[in-house]
Design a protein around this ligand. Structure first.
Ligand code: ADQ
Length: 477
């Protein structure tokens, strides 16, 4: 029987769904599934009403089966909003002050992951390769091993892994760390994330034998790798051209006239540093008033996780700052900041990015940040824009030609904007060529291929470790 791929991720890009067009993860996963055929398992975005149990939906298109589950109200609140997005997300993005730990959140995290693993188990064949994505689903391998699964299972963490001193701040961090040890391959976005993970492992489980490529624990060998996610460069270029030619693209160009466009595109998330970015822009306007006439900054912020209270707070703060900036610096015929709190189609976003002189990507912490790479991919080679990039985004490890900033340094970001808007063409080209080379050499297809090749080479767990139920179940107290 030929090898099949089974992907497990929080959300699934179900065909013909009404959700916005898929981003990087979905493109990579879809391409891999098209090559091997397989199954994509995850949450369908629905929350079951009242006491209704979760429902399972199955859809088939070509060689891919989409197996999705709804979530109970309790799981939505305690697992998704709770443990995933009020504990792990802020913790892994170094925002300890935003962590809201509750014991019931961890219980729900385990519970939902058990039901998801059960669905996987039902469809799994012995030769399937399994690829689990991201912080929502760390326990999947543990649950499958308990059921005797000996398939190769890989895990990719899309977000950063924090330093041990931060990681240990949540109760049961040992439990979480141990769950990773049930995988055969663990992938990270950057070398720094990998090193932080290995350091935590070494401190919590001193018996682990750790090297940059492998961990040996309890007789099991776990491969470790760095797989920076990339973008589909050629498709992005095509889409950007369509976006520029669309009504929205043409209207933006006509309306800019001679003014240069600064652009930001993010989910409305506190990790993206929007409040600090707005403060820096305000400072730029205050220090370089001549630019108020010839610059427009457009920030697109797609509302995200709006049921999490911390996201309502950041939204209020960003709304306030946008009003303050325009109140102070707008004239009767222009606004210096266009703040659009909504999402656009991928085509439109890529078209807009290609029209900008400056891309402002200043997250306070980010696993990779695909917007930075998309911005580079769609620039006009003859007249490219400048990328201002946070040192704390994973993408900064690869994009040497960006103007690097520390996002907390409001003065520094304001100065970087001034440098970027006036940067001479020669320097813009040089910086862009350097970045484009990197973006072209590590596309989304390379990411998928690289991860799956490493997974195929990873050692499958021995029968003895799995039949015994894997390592002892570390039930948190
Ligand atoms: P995200 O935090 O969602 O992803 P990012 O990588 O920047 O962040 O964006 C994902 C995609 O969403 C991009 O393709 C982008 O174009 C699109 N997008 C962002 N804002 C949008 C908007 N307002 N409207 C429409 N589309 C928008 C997580 C991690 C990242 C990591 C990715 C992939 O947090 O660090 O790069 O996964 O691994």
């Amino acid at each position: 029987m030929s090898e099949r791929l089974v992907v497990v991720s929080n959300r699934v890009a179900v065909p013909r769904s009404l959700r916005p067009a898929p981003g990087g993860l979905a493109v990579g996963v879809l391409e891999a599934l098209r090559q091997t055929g397989g199954i994509w398992v995850g949450w369908n975005g629905k929350v079951a009403k009242g006491t209704e149990g979760p429902t399972v939906e199955v859809q088939q298109q070509d060689d891919i089966e989409y197996l999705t589950l709804s979530m109970s109200q309790a799981d939505y609140e305690d697992y998704y909003l709770g443990f995933a997005n009020r504990v792990l997300w802020p913790l892994f993005h170094l925002r300890l002050n935003l962590v809201q730990y509750r014991r019931r959140y961890l219980e729900a995290y385990r519970r939902f992951n058990e039901s998801l693993a059960l669905q996987v188990e039902r469809v799994l064949r012995p030769d399937d390769l399994l690829w689990v994505h991201d912080y929502h689903l760390i326990p999947v391998a543990r649950n499958l091993r308990k059921a005797g699964c000996r398939n190769r299972i890989g895990f990719f963490l899309h977000i950063p892994f924090p330093a041990f001193d931060v990681f240990r701040a949540i109760p049961h961090h040992t439990f979480i760390l141990r769950l990773f040890l049930e995988y055969d391959l663990i992938g990270f976005q950057t070398g720094l994330d990998r090193d932080s993970f290995l350091d935590s492992l070494q401190r919590v489980f001193p018996e682990c034998v750790v090297s940059p490529h492998e961990v040996v624990h309890d007789g099991r060998r776990i491969s470790i790798g760095v797989f920076p996610i990339g973008v589909d460069v050629d498709t992005a270029i095509e889409e950007a051209a369509k976006g520029r030619a669309s009504t929205q693209g043409r209207r933006l160009q006509a309306n800019l006239m001679d003014r240069r466009l600064i652009i930001g595109v993010d989910r409305l998330d506190y990790s993206k540093g929007l409040a600090e970015r707005f403060q820096a822009y305000e400072q730029f306007l205050a220090h370089f008033p001549r630019h108020a006439e010839d610059i427009v900054y457009m920030q697109i912020a797609q509302p995200s996780r709006s049921d999490v209270p911390e996201y309502q707070v950041i939204r209020d703060e960003v709304d306030y700052l946008a009003g303050k900036i325009n109140g102070r610096y707008a004239a009767h015929d222009r606004v210096p900041l266009r703040y659009l709190c909504r999402s656009f189609s991928r085509t439109t976003i890529l078209g807009f990015l290609s029209l900008a002189r400056v891309g402002l990507v200043t997250p306070l912490r980010d696993g990779m940040n695909l917007v930075a790479k998309e911005f580079v991919a769609v620039q006009d080679p003859d007249d490219p824009g400048v990328l201002i990039l946070s040192r704390l985004a994973g993408a900064a490890e690869e994009l040497e030609g960006a103007v690097k900033v520390t996002p907390y340094n409001i003065d520094g970001v304001a100065d970087a904007i001034a440098l970027a808007v006036d940067m001479p063409l020669g320097e813009r080209r040089e910086r862009w060529q350097q970045m484009m080379q990197g973006v072209r050499h590590n596309t989304i297809a390379d990411w998928t291929r690289g991860f799956l090749a490493a997974l195929r080479h990873a050692r499958a767990p021995a029968a003895s470790t799995v039949a015994a139920g894997g390592t002892a179940d570390p039930v948190p107290g």
